[in-house]
Design a protein around this ligand. Structure first.
Ligand code: PRP
Ligand code: URA
Ligand code: MG
Length: 209
């Protein structure tokens, strides 16, 4: 069963509060999302496998640990997921990046896929699907299904804020997927926006409305 991890590190929580604040402008919003994504990546990669190697320090030969070469793929859901990619890449610079373009139809609230471009070897990679918002769960659910259809086997989902409704959908449809959140909020409103949430992540990141 997929686990839900709420990353309660004080730095993540502090920055998330400023991200939520409606008086935070586009520039600061973008910088804070980038920083929180980096901090979340630190927590999400906690269980990456290590292997032993031998090095020469200036003092002596020593055994030391390096990452065991696990291949990682980052899959931002366009558009808003783009705002978190650079932060994660700061910690995992060798990761390949695939893109899934989805928007949520404002009438039906159903996701509409308009673009997909993935690394050729996704079946060998540990994939991190990235989207700031998990609201009804429709977009992340479709993105994950799309990846699995193309052979993906190991998938984690990383979001700044989720509603319980979205978490339930992913747990039901993709019980193999671990979910990493900055916060689990209260509910969805009548327009399926997360409450209290942060508003529309894409619009706040890119200054559109
Ligand atoms: O869980 P859901 O109910 O599917 O909602 C979440 C989706 O909505 C937002 O994208 P949006 O449709 O606003 O597209 P954008 O990123 O291009 O702004 C958000 O970034 C998620 O992808
Ligand atoms: O609260 C929400 C819900 C969906 N998409 C957003 O950007 N924000
Ligand atoms: Mg949007």
């Amino acid at each position: 069963m997929g686990h839900v991890h709420v990353l309660d590190h004080p730095l993540i929580q502090h920055k998330l509060t400023h991200i939520r604040d409606k008086s935070t402008g586009t520039k600061e919003f973008r910088e804070l999302v980038d920083e929180v994504a980096m901090l979340m990546a630190f927590e999400i990669t906690r269980n990456l496998p290590l292997q032993e190697t031998t090095i020469e320090t200036p003092v002596m030969e020593a055994k030391a640990k390096v990452l065991a070469g696990k291949k990682i793929g980052l899959i931002p859901i366009l558009r808003a997921g783009l705002g978190m990619v650079d932060g994660v890449l700061k910690l995992i610079p060798a990761a390949k990046v695939g893109h899934v373009g989805l928007y949520r139809d404002p009438e039906t609230l159903k996701p509409v896929e308009y673009y997909i471009k993935l690394p050729s070897d996704i079946e060998e990679r540990e994939l991190i699907v990235i989207d700031p918002m998990l609201a009804t769960g429709g977009s992340a659910n479709d993105a994950i299904a799309s990846l699995k259809k193309r052979g993906a086997k190991n998938i984690r989902l990383m979001c700044l804020i989720a509603a319980p409704e979205g978490v339930d959908v992913i747990k039901k449809e993709h019980p193999d997927v671990d979910i990493y959140l900055g916060a689990l909020d209260e509910k969805l409103d009548d327009h399926a926006y997360i409450v209290p949430g942060l508003g529309d992540a894409g619009d706040r990141l890119f200054g559109t409305k």
